[in-house]
Write a new protein. Sequence first.
Length: 116
Amino acid sequence: MMNRKISLKSAVSLGLATFVIFLMFSCATFYHRYVMRGSIIEASGSEVYLCIGSKDGASVGQELDVYEIIETKPTPFRRVLVGKVKITEIVDEHFAKATVISGKAEKNDIVELTGR
């Protein structure tokens, strides 16, 4: 049986590396779930790509309202309904492709399932 000694420096480095990896994963998950989820990440003509996918329960045929975020006083932000899109393809668990069916939809607008 080998007797291995781990130096304090190695143990601290390993612990720090583990913490950094955990923090990066947690931040990415938090960012997607609460900041990016539902955002229009690309818009070209009547086609848009959404940061919402199968993991979020999205499916082909769903219609989503499109909101533009504007700055207002006294509240810092307000959502304004500007259009509607229909999901035409689930790209993967995080993304979907949609078509504008009314109004407009631009990059950085947000979408929300109609009738929630």
